[in-house]
Design a protein around this ligand. Structure first.
Ligand code: NI
Length: 166
């Protein structure tokens, strides 16, 4: 068990495109355990991606179940995730453990169909929408070396200084 160090913008490692995972072994699952602890240890963490802790592999975890009354799948370990359908677009506010001092308004698909493997290599397909779909799109961006900062239409009007975390 370990809390991993979260890289922060503008660390260059956050810009790397991550590699596919090909080996689903105990070492991978131990890393995912630590990654999840790190996510849950962070303020408001509903998602995390391996590149945020300096591991350039296509691994993310999303769990928006703390938000009540929304449709969601609970805890998802997403390995080699691929969005295979997009529908609609909607603006919403995002934050990121790697950009602790700011939030921003970002346009995302409103609903998506996602294919991803889990920590055992099992492939699943998910239909998701709204907040959960946004969280997944945000994490997949990390796997492609992108931050929400890269998607702001305007830094002047869409970027907001965060008040202290509660
Ligand atoms: Ni993030």
């Amino acid at each position: 068990m370990a809390l991993l160090n979260i890289l922060q913008y503008p660390d260059e490692r956050l810009k790397q495109v991550a590699d596919e995972v090909t080996v689903f072994d105990d070492a991978l699952r131990a890393f995912i355990h630590d990654l999840e602890e790190t996510m849950r240890g962070g303020p408001g963490g509903v998602g995390i991606a391996a590149p945020q802790v300096g591991r350039a592999e296509r691994i993310a975890i999303v769990d928006v179940s703390a938000k009540k009354k929304i449709k969601q799948h609970g805890r998802m370990v997403l390995i080699n995730p691929e969005i295979i359908e997009w529908h609609g677009s909607i603006v919403g506010r995002e934050g990121c453990l790697s950009v602790p001092d700011y939030t921003g308004n970002v346009v995302r698909a409103e609903s998506i169909t996602l294919a991803a493997q889990d920590e055992f290599g099992e492939l699943s397909r998910y239909e998701m929408e709204d907040y959960e779909a946004r969280a997944v799109q945000h994490e997949i961006d990390h796997l492609d070396g992108m931050l929400f900062l890269d998607r702001l239409v305007s830094r002047r009007s869409d970027l907001f200084k965060r008040k202290a975390y509660q």
